[in-house]
Design a protein around this ligand. Sequence first.
Ligand SMILES: Nc1ncnc2c1ncn2[C@@H]1O[C@H](COP(=O)(O)OP(=O)(O)OP(=O)(O)O)[C@@H](O)[C@H]1O
Length: 299
Amino acid sequence: MKVVDIKNLTKTYKKNRGIIDLTFSIEEGEIFGFIGPNGAGKSTTIRTLLNFIYPTSGSATIFGKDIIKHSKEIRQHVGYLPSEVHYYDDMKVIDLLKYSAGFYKKFNSKRMKELAERLDLDLHKKIEDLSFGNRKKVGIVQALLHEPKLLILDEPTGGLDPLMQNTFFELLAEERKKGTTIFFSSHILSEVQKMCDRVAIIKEGKLVKVETIENLTKKNLRYITIAFEQQAEQINFELEGIVKKEVNGNEMTLLYSGDIKALLNRLNALPMKDLLIEEPTLEEVFMHYYEKGGVDNDF
Ligand SMILES: Nc1ncnc2c1ncn2[C@@H]1O[C@H](COP(=O)(O)OP(=O)(O)OP(=O)(O)O)[C@@H](O)[C@H]1O
């Protein structure tokens, strides 16, 4: 079942493009990454899905229901963590959480306490006395408290120290086990690579590609380092499938999507000293999409 289904969604802000003609869907139980640099349109997409802003054209459903017509109903089952959390500063954490839980049919005091303990969050402090990271934790508890069927997380790890990020990822893994669907927006590739099943790449408001993490990382693309016996720039090395080539001293590095045998055959005839073939990081794959504009590349 498609938990989120977005069709030709466009949102323009007067002169600014926000998002242009986005189409993709998220299956039940998936952790789905949404990745792109600042200003790519991630928050605009999320804010449209949550009916905070209206689309200029196109449509979307969550749990099969129209995001505009049924937004109230949808929100009952969605947990949302905004990229920046703004709260009533004068309130205590516990009162704020109880107050916001009032919007949902479920309130579970035991769960609130457990989550706060896991995240090392003091429920009795005033919001105004909390650091940015601790406010983020309030947002996390708030998003998870009513055990939503869909979690929408906009740049969730900002402000959390590495230890807390781990705890947060553990919490997400537990949610996934329960069958919760998670939509995870980020500009940090490694965390998307670690957590997500599939990822949508967005650039300048447009969808570049939806791909499984597995394919994105592995699909034939290799990171190759060759050490030569002489300056690498003196070596004329062209081959179909070389996506990117850099030389530095005796070393040449390639991003290669062609046939490995063909590469080895060519290298055999060259004054090669050493060879290293590695899987590219998502970062390299991603950069490649971006540099080339992406869509038509064969991987
Ligand atoms: N309220 C607004 N009024 C005008 N333009 C806006 C508004 N909000 C966003 N934009 C524009 O829409 C585009 C997408 O912005 P958006 O905030 O969705 O990107 P993002 O991928 O979430 O980036 P970030 O990580 O920086 O939040 C940008 O060009 C931005 O300038």
